[in-house]
Design a protein around this ligand. Structure first.
Ligand code: A3P
Length: 301
């Protein structure tokens, strides 16, 4: 399988490299205070990374820009090539903000704990996550490959059927997916250098969650700081900044900032698909205290 490389039976995305992930595990020397935003794809990774960067460099525009300039793949622990770690060090950012979609078993918790690295794991309800993934696949170059034609199909029912069967090879083992990723991360919920944040909480109680993240990072924010950060990390602000940036840099526009809503799944999943997710949640996560919020204030009830 040339496009989705594997590490320990877990499939990575095509642009990700086992060698880079292994470098992160075995050799990367993080700074104390570096932050890793961990998540399953389409759960709000970019949002949390933007939030953490803004909290860390709320009063340092220059450094904030530097952190934001570490482009998406560059900032992923498993984003290749492994030589990027050397480049990252040279940027001279005291508090780097990196990202990872790796399953918990491929993350070196011991090292990060010892080095004072903080980890924030983003969680989103699995129905909206699936819808977000469906739309994101439209913009993915690999979705056009003949071997994926049947999987990354524009035919909604089929797309979600194959996704729910674990056929999409997305940071999971064969036949597995987001819920297994959550199950593996779950035992780390109470590690003292790990914080779990729900997408829906961030959406509904933005300022409260911003304060929670700042407290976890041991950064003091004034009321005014919280206001500024909330504005700069709002969906509209981030979407517009990203659009302008992609024009300026003449880059392909990956539609990360699409709708940013809670509850859109009702327009996409069949009743059977929605029930199947409920059953799987019960089966895979039934013995955890994880709860998902499937409804928001900004869509029809
Ligand atoms: P939708 O496709 O449902 O709109 P990731 O960053 O993990 O790829 O997740 C992308 C999802 O997060 C997209 O969801 C995107 O719109 C949403 N998102 C990004 N920034 C956001 C923000 N500031 N507020 C709310 N949602 C945001």
């Amino acid at each position: 399988d040339v496009t989705h490389k594997q590490w320990n039976g877990y499939y990575l995305l095509p642009a990700h490299e086992p060698a880079a992930a292994q470098f992160a595990y075995n050799k990367w020397n993080p700074n104390e205070g570096d932050v890793i935003v961990a998540s399953y794809p389409k759960t709000g990774t970019n949002w949390m990374a933007e939030l953490v960067s803004n909290i860390a460099y709320c009063h340092d525009e220059e450094m904030l820009q530097k952190v934001k300039d570490t482009t998406v793949f560059f900032s992923f622990l498993s984003g290749g090539p492994e030589s990027k770690y050397e480049v990252l060090e040279k940027l001279g950012i005291p508090r780097k903000v990196l990202r990872t979609h790796l399953p918990a078993s491929l993350v070196n918790f011991k090292k990060y704990h010892e080095r004072g690295v903080k980890i924030i794991y983003m969680i989103r309800n699995p129905k909206d996550q699936a819808v977000s993934w469906y739309h994101f696949c439209r913009t993915q170059p690999f979705a056009d490959l003949p071997s994926y034609k049947d999987i990354y199909t524009t035919e909604k029912r089929k797309f979600f059927d194959t996704y729910l069967k674990g056929e999409h090879k997305l940071f999971a083992k064969k036949g597995e997916g987001y819920l297994e990723h959550l199950k593996e991360w779950y035992p780390h919920q109470n590690d003292n250098n790990v914080l779990f944040v729900h997408y829906e909480d961030l959406k509904k109680n933005t300022k409260q969650e911003i304060r929670k993240v700042a407290k976890f990072l041991e950064i003091t924010l004034s009321g005014q700081d919280v206001e500024v950060i909330a504005k700069r990390t709002s969906f509209d602000f981030m979407k517009e900044s990203d659009r302008i940036k992609s024009i300026q840099e003449n880059k392909p526009y990956f539609k990360v900032y699409r709708k940013g809503r809670i509850g859109e799944w009702r327009d996409y999943l069949t009743t059977e698909q929605s029930s199947l997710i409920d059953e799987k949640v019960q089966k895979i996560l039934g013995d955890t205290n994880l709860e998902f919020s499937y409804y928001g204030g900004d869509v029809k009830a």
